[in-house]
Design a protein around this ligand. Structure first.
Ligand code: ADP
Length: 702
C-alpha cells in the first residue's frame, strides 16, 4: 500500500513546490529593480536640491549686489510698488516690506526737462522732499517684464544733490563776476565820458587860440597842447569803446554808406603819417563790389583806421596796402604791410587787451595795446572775423571779413570802358603799382608795369615800334626819383604820347612846381583816388565813355561858403561847449545866439516867431539842460508852430552825449529833425548849414 501512495504524493508535492519557487524568484527580481529605481530617484532629488541651492545662492548674491551699489531701484505696476530696494525705501524712511504693495510717492519740488534715451528709456532729474530732506535724484526710467508676465515701470535713480549744489554755486559765482565786470565797465564808461567834455574844451580852445595870430613860440606851445590833448582823447575814447562793448552798450547802426568814399577817408587820414615816414600807402577796391553797402560806417572806419594806422606805425621801409574784394555775401578787407612782422606765437595774443610786442632795441613803446582788442570786439559785434598772418621779418597781413550786404538799389562801382587803351605804369612802389594796374585793367585797358626808369624806357621804345597796342598814356610815380620821372615825361613826348601823368604826394606836389613845365599833362595826388584816376586818365582818351554821375561830382567838388546869412540858436548850459559851437558857426559865416538853458531858448524862439527878434533858421538844443530839457523845448516849439500856423517849421537838432538808438528815437519823437553827438562834428554841422542855405524846394528832398 505504501509503495502505491508515494508516486502520486511526490507528483503532488512537486506541483506545489515549483510554482512557489518561481514566485519567489520573481519577487526577488522585482525587489532588485525597485531598489535600483529608488537609488536613481534619490540621485535625481539630490541633483535638484543642489540646483535649488545654487539658484538661491545666486539670487542672494544678486540681491546683495543690488542693495550694495547705492542706486535707488523701484518697480511699479500701475503705481503699485512691486519691488523696491533698501536705498529707495530709505528715501521714505520705512522698511522695504512696508513699501512693497503700497502706492507711496514722494512730493516733487522741482524737475528738469526729460531726455529720451535709446531703446525707449527716458531720463530726468527731480528734486524731491525725502525723509532726509530735499534731494535731487537723476532717474532713468524703462519698461521691463514683471514676474506675472506683463510690463512694469522700473526707475533707477542716483542722488545728484551735491552736483546740483556745485552747479548752482558756479552759476551764482559767474553771475556775480559778470555783475562786477558790468559795474566796472559802467564805471569806466561814465568816467571816460566825463573826461571827454573838458578835454574837448581844451582842444577846442587850443584851436581858437591858434586863430589869434600867435608868434612862433606860442604856436609851438599850442601845437604841444593839441597833440597831448589828442593823445589823451584817443586813449579815453579807446577805454570808452572797450567799456561800452563789454557793457553791451555799443549799438551798431545799419545805414547805407559810400564804400569808395569810406576807403578814401581812411587812406587820406593815415597818408600824411605814411608820407612823413617815406613809406607808401595805397588802396584798391575790386570793381565788382557794390558802390554802397549797408552797415555801420563809422565803426568800420574805426576798425580800418586801427589796422591801417598800426601797419603804418610799425613799418619803416616799403609800405602798406589796403585791398577790398567780394567774399561770399560780404566783403574781405586785407591790410598788408612790409614791416617787421609778428612772431607766430603772438598772432592771436595781440588781439587781447593791453597786449603789445616787445619794441625793437632803441624804440619807444607807443600806443595802449587796446586798438586790436577794440577791432576784434567791433568785428565780433558785426558778425565778422579778423585775424593776422605773418612771417617774422616779412611784414604782417590782417584779414577782415565782414557780412556787409549791398545797400538797396546799390549799383556796382562806376568803371569807364577803355578797351582799346594801353597804359604804361611806372612805379617802384609794390602796392601802388599792383593796385593802380588792377584799377586800370578793370576798364578793359591793357597795362604794362615797369618798376624802374630803364624798364619803362625800354617799354616805351618797344611800344613806339608797334602799330597795334601802342602806349596811349603813361603814369609815372614820383617815387622813382625827380630826374628819372622828368626824363620819362620827355621820352613819352618823343614817342608821341600826349597823355603823361605824374603821381605825387601832397608834400611832393608843393616841391614839384608846375607839372606842365616838367613835361607832364597833369598830376594825381597819392594815395590815388579811383575816381580821379579814371577822370584824369580818361580825359586824354578821345573815345572814352562818360562816367555815370559826373555832373554830381562836379557840384560836390566845388567849395563854397556855407553858413552866410543863416541865424542859429545855440542852447547849451556848458559855457565852453557853447563858446566852441558859437565860434565854429561864426567861422562858417552864421550869426549865432546863445541861450544858457531851455527856458531862455524858448524865450528866443518865441521872440523870433513874434517878429521881435531876428528870424531863426536852426536851433541846436542840448538835450540835458537845467530849467527845461532840449526835448521839452522841441515839443513846445512844435506845439507853438501848430498854434501859430507857421508854414515852414524851424529846423531843430538835438545835441547829446548819448546817441544810442533809443536817444535818437526820443529826439525824433519830440519833434527834432536830427540828433547829433557831442562834441559836435564839424562835418555834420556843415551838412545841415549846406542844406539850410539851399532854396526851400531842394530842402525838402535833401
Ligand atoms: P597799440 O598799437 O596801441 O600798441 P594794438 O592793440 O593796436 O595796440 O596792437 C597791439 C600790438 O600788436 C602792437 O603793440 C604791436 O606790437 C603789434 N602789432 C599790431 N599791428 C602790427 C603790425 N602791422 N606789424 C607789427 N606788429 C603789429
Amino acid at each position: 500500500m505504501a509503495s502505491s501512495i508515494a508516486p502520486w504524493l511526490v507528483v503532488a508535492a512537486a506541483l506545489l513546490v515549483v510554482p512557489a519557487a518561481v514566485a519567489i524568484v520573481l519577487l526577488l527580481r522585482q525587489r532588485e529593480s525597485l531598489r535600483a529605481q529608488l537609488a536613481a530617484q534619490t540621485r535625481e532629488t539630490e541633483a535638484l536640491s543642489d540646483q535649488v541651492w545654487g539658484l538661491a545662492d545666486r539670487e542672494e548674491r544678486y540681491r546683495s549686489l543690488v542693495e550694495a551699489q547705492g542706486d535707488l531701484i523701484v518697480r511699479r505696476d500701475g503705481g503699485r510698488i512691486v519691488y523696491a530696494n533698501a536705498a529707495y525705501a530709505a528715501l521714505f524712511g520705512v522698511p522695504v516690506d512696508d513699501l512693497v504693495g503700497s502706492r507711496m510717492q514722494l512730493p516733487r519740488l522741482a524737475s528738469r526737462p526729460i531726455q529720451m534715451l535709446e531703446g525707449g528709456a527716458r531720463s530726468f532729474d527731480e528734486c524731491m522732499a525725502t525723509y532726509e530732506g530735499e534731494r535731487w535724484i537723476s532717474w532713468v526710467e524703462t519698461a521691463v517684464l514683471g514676474p506675472e508676465g506683463h510690463t512694469v515701470i522700473q526707475r533707477v535713480g542716483r542722488d545728484i544733490t551735491a552736483r546740483i549744489a556745485a552747479e548752482d554755486e558756479l552759476v551764482g559765482a559767474r553771475a556775480r563776476a559778470e555783475a562786477a565786470n558790468e559795474a566796472k565797465s559802467r564805471f569806466l564808461a561814465t568816467v571816460s565820458h566825463e573826461f571827454r567834455t573838458p578835454l574837448n574844451g581844451i582842444l577846442g580852445m587850443a584851436d581858437l587860440l591858434s586863430d589869434t595870430g600867435p608868434n612862433a613860440e606860442q604856436a609851438t606851445y599850442i601845437g604841444a597842447l593839441r597833440s597831448s590833448g589828442e593823445a589823451l582823447l584817443a586813449l579815453v575814447d579807446d577805454i570808452l569803446d572797450v567799456a561800452k562793448v563789454e557793457a553791451g552798450k555799443l549799438e551798431l547802426v545799419e545805414e547805407p554808406f559810400d564804400l569808395v568814399q569810406l576807403i578814401e577817408t581812411v587812406t587820406e587820414l593815415v597818408a600824411p603819417r605814411a608820407q612823413a615816414k617815406g613809406i607808401e600807402l595805397a588802396a584798391h577796391i575790386a570793381p565788382d563790389l557794390p558802390a554802397h553797402l549797408l552797415g555801420d560806417r563809422d565803426r568800420l572806419r574805426q576798425i580800418l583806421l586801427n589796422l591801417v594806422g598800426n601797419a603804418v606805425k610799425f613799418t619803416e621801409t616799403g609800405g602798406v596796402g589796403l585791398s577790398l574784394r567780394r567774399e561770399g555775401a560780404g566783403v574781405e578787407f586785407v591790410v598788408a604791410d612790409t614791416g617787421p612782422g609778428i612772431p607766430a606765437d603772438r598772432l592771436e595774443l595781440i588781439f587781447g587787451e593791453f597786449e603789445q610786442l616787445e619794441p625793437a632795441a632803441g624804440e619807444r613803446q607807443s600806443g595802449t595795446g587796446l586798438g586790436l582788442a577794440i577791432v576784434r570786439r567791433l568785428v565780433g559785434l558785426m558778425g565778422g572775423e579778423v585775424h593776422a598772418e605773418s612771417q617774422l621779418g616779412e611784414g604782417a597781413t590782417f584779414r577782415l571779413v565782414l557780412p556787409l550786404p549791398a545797400a538797396p538799389g546799390a549799383a556796382e562801382i562806376a568803371v569807364p570802358r577803355w578797351p582799346r587803351q594801353h597804359v604804361l605804369l611806372v612805379s617802384p612802389s609794390a602796392f601802388a603799382a599792383r593796385f593802380l594796374a588792377e584799377t586800370i585793367r578793370a576798364t578793359g585797358a591793357a597795362v604794362s608795369v615797369a618798376t624802374t626808369a630803364e624798364a619803362a624806357s625800354a617799354k616805351l621804345a618797344e611800344a613806339a615800334s608797334l602799330e597795334q597796342g601802342a602806349v596811349s598814356a603813361v603814369l609815372v610815380d614820383h617815387a622813382l626819383g625827380d630826374a628819372p620821372a622828368k626824363d620819362l615825361a620827355a621820352a613819352a613826348r618823343e614817342a608821341g604820347i600826349a597823355d603823361c601823368l605824374i603821381l605825387l604826394s601832397p608834400f611832393e606836389r608843393r616841391q614839384f612846381g608846375q607839372p606842365r613845365a616838367a613835361g607832364f599833362s597833369g598830376f594825381l595826388i597819392k594815395p590815388v583816388r579811383m575816381r580821379s584816376l579814371y577822370e584824369r586818365l580818361g580825359a586824354g582818351f578821345p573815345q572814352a565813355a562818360p562816367m555815370p554821375g559826373d555832373a554830381g561830382r562836379a557840384a560836390e567838388a566845388a567849395p563854397r561858403p556855407v553858413g552866410a546869412g543863416l541865424t542859429v540858436l545855440v542852447a547849451e548850459d556848458n559855457e565852453i561847449n557853447a563858446l566852441l559851437v558859437m565860434r565854429t558857426l561864426e567861422r562858417f559865416g552864421c550869426t549865432a545866439f546863445w541861450a544858457r538853458d531851455g527856458r531862455e531858448a524858448m524865450q528866443r524862439v518865441e521872440a523870433s516867431f513874434a517878429g521881435t527878434a531876428p528870424p531863426l533858421d536852426l536851433a541846436l538844443l542840448d538835450v540835458r539842460m537845467p530849467a527845461m530839457t532840449g526835448l521839452d523845448c522841441a515839443k513846445e516849439i512844435r506845439a507853438l508852430e501848430g498854434k501859430l500856423g507857421r508854414a515852414r517849421p524851424l529846423s531843430l537838432i538835438a545835441v547829446t552825449a548819448n546817441v544810442a538808438a533809443a536817444d535818437r528815437e526820443a529826439a525824433f519823437g519830440a519833434g527834432m529833425d536830427d540828433c547829433l553827438a557831442k562834441p559836435l562834428e564839424r562835418a555834420a554841422l556843415l551838412r545841415w548849414l549846406e542844406r539850410l542855405s539851399q532854396p526851400p524846394a531842394s530842402c525838402l528832398s535833401a
